[in-house]
Design a protein around this ligand. Structure first.
Ligand code: NAP
Length: 534
């Protein structure tokens, strides 16, 4: 018997250092290829101690015998990984030797409150003496954990509990409802801190440059995700769910999230923290088929195997694979081989009359959104059909990835949508580090990776920052922190502290409890501020 990592793995590797026999792989820093979708436990080496289960922030680890029916397959998936990637002996990387710093000697501002900002704050607070002030535009923390992770993935959202000790630390200052650039400028931030880490993510959807892209009914999936998750910037969107079919462009994990949200029945949605307006609209939806269109072959699908496998357990929904190119090649890695195997299983399954359908179309490039005054369908180009094929649908969602925006006045790589950097140190156009300015998360490395990927990323940035501090490369003379409060008061800004967020959180949970839901989110910023101050 052994412990097994399942679909929900956030890959932040909290489990790795606590494993006494180092049986969780791949391990960053052990010379292993670490670009996998999740972590795996070697059943041959596991000694059943359960330390990993205790440590997992998202409840993704189960004892073999306790695997829920829809996660059973992960027993074989964990073992299968080690058949192709024999574990390398490694000693867990020693924690970076970070000496305590003198009180007041290193004060760092973190901009943003999503997973990247949270992991950076945690790494900094882990060094005795370091002070951290976090600034976030919204009155609520946690970025994409709150407003990106699909509502039916409530376990994933529970990762926030590992940051509790950070936010309640005496050396941590929390300034929610503060926009850098308007409430406080970059220069003012830097004047009051020895260093600033921008962890502002990538908030926009990538654009698709095809005719008809501007037609109503054709939306970015980023807007749809923000809408169903109650992000204040996206609550106003409207989506036409009156047709039988919706088309999604792109087949990454966002596409799969969106497909599930479009097809799940109201009684499933109501058990989540989906925004009330989205619950009402999706409950009345007539969509019965979602076509997921990808320009490449099944072998290159962007979704992760765990998420793909989970589609097969959705009640009342069939998964249809429109491709015969599903054979694995000898040099496929374990995850690609697994995806192709799952695809073959779906292709072999008989359809159930009356079920809804998720249809995967491969090797079909979007060519045109067709319609006179609103979207009526998507024309795709496929091999062997020079004029293409029209997939009719009144709703088209472009799940083709996120895009970072420039952070004034930092340099910006427009093509990649990232702030140019060297291991997290922001660099100018000559490649020289900009003193005291750092980045982490999607604005540093682009919009790739799951929540826990941000942990390594933040550790790298924080290590660079600490190196610069030790080497005397940071400013030593910064203004009294009380000056920030004076600026807020002069400008009429109303920052919300951690206690304010706790009040919002409690109020949302209370609203949820009244209707047997985990939480009913506030959507309007004024309501959030009122709850924070109540
Ligand atoms: P993604 O994984 O990068 O997928 C983007 C998809 O859009 C790909 O299929 C890509 O195809 C396609 N695409 C891009 N440009 C296109 C174009 N011009 N025309 C047609 N197709 C185009 O992005 P994502 O789904 O937004 O996810 C972002 C990150 O968040 C990923 O790392 C993802 O794993 C993570 N995430 C994880 C979860 C989860 O773990 N449950 C949930 C949501 C998001 P090509 O491959 O051909 O470029």
């Amino acid at each position: 018997m052994a412990y097994v990592i399942t679909q929900n793995c956030c890959k932040d590797a909290s489990c790795v250092p606590v494993c006494p026999v180092s049986c969780i792989h791949p391990v960053s820093g052990a010379g292993e290829f670490t670009d996998t979708e999740m972590l795996y436990i070697d059943p041959e080496a596991c000694i059943d101690c359960g330390a990993c289960l205790e440590e997992c922030p998202v409840d993704a680890i189960y004892y073999d015998e306790d695997l829920p029916a829809d996660q059973e397959r992960f027993r074989e998936i964990n073992a299968g990984y080690f058949e192709r990637h024999p574990p390398q002996t490694h000693t867990p990387a020693a924690l970076v030797d970070r000496h305590a710093v003198k009180s007041g000697a290193l004060r760092v501002a973190v901009v943003g409150a999503g997973p990247a900002a949270c992991y950076a704050s945690a790494a900094l607070i882990g060094v005795d003496g370091v002070e951290v002030n976090l600034f976030e535009r919204l009155p609520t923390p946690f970025g994409l954990i709150r407003a990106g992770v699909a509502p039916d993935h409530q376990h994933t959202k529970s990762v926030v509990r590992i940051f509790e000790h950070v936010f309640s630390n005496k050396r941590f200052g929390c300034y929610l409802n503060v926009e850098i650039g308007s409430d406080l400028t970059h220069d003012e931030l830097l004047a009051h801190h020895h260093a600033v880490i921008y962890a502002v993510g990538a908030a926009r959807g990538r654009e698709l440059d095809i005719p008809g892209n501007e037609l109503p009914g054709n939306h970015s999936a980023v807007d749809f995700v923000g809408w169903y998750n109650g992000h204040p910037d996206h609550a106003h969107h409207t989506f036409d769910l009156s047709g039988e079919r919706a088309v999604i462009v792109g087949n990454g994990n966002v596409a799969l999230d969106v497909a599930r949200m479009l097809l799940l029945d109201a009684d499933h949605l109501v058990a989540t923290d989906i925004a009330p307006h989205a619950l009402a609209v999706l409950s009345d939806s007539t969509v019965r088929e979602v076509v997921i269109v990808a320009r490449r072959d099944p072998r290159d699908a962007a979704f992760s195997a765990g998420e793909f496998l989970a589609l097969g357990h959705l009640p009342g929904i069939d998964v249809i694979i429109d491709s015969t190119d599903l054979a694995a090649a000898p040099d496929d890695d374990a995850e690609t081989e697994l995806k192709l195997r799952i695809a073959r299983e779906y292709a072999d399954r008989p359809e159930t009359a009356g079920n809804k359908r998720i249809v995967f179309r491969f090797a079909a490039s979007p060519a045109e959104v067709v319609g006179s005054d609103r979207a009526e369908g998507l024309r795709v180009m496929t091999n062997g059909s020079p004029e293409g094929e029209l997939i009719t649908a009144p709703l088209i969602l472009r799940a083709i990835g996120y895009q970072g925006s420039a952070v004034e006045p930092l340099p910006f790589d427009t093509a990649r949508g990232v702030v140019p950097n060297d291991s997290g140190r922001v660099v100018d156009e000559d490649g020289h580090p900009v003193r005291g300015v750092y980045v982490t998360g999607w604005i540093k490395r682009g919009p790739r990776g799951v929540i826990g990927t941000n942990r390594n990323c933040a550790d790298e940035t924080v290590a660079a920052l600490l190196d610069d501090f030790v080497a005397g490369r940071l400013a030593t003379d910064v203004a009294d922190p009380a000056g920030i409060a004076r600026l807020f008061s002069e400008r009429g800004s109303s920052p919300i502290g951690w206690a304010g967020w706790r009040a919002i959180d409690a109020a949302e949970r209370q609203r949820g409890a009244e209707v047997s839901r985990p939480r009913v989110k506030f959507i309007d910023i004024t309501d959030m501020v009122s709850a924070a101050n109540a």
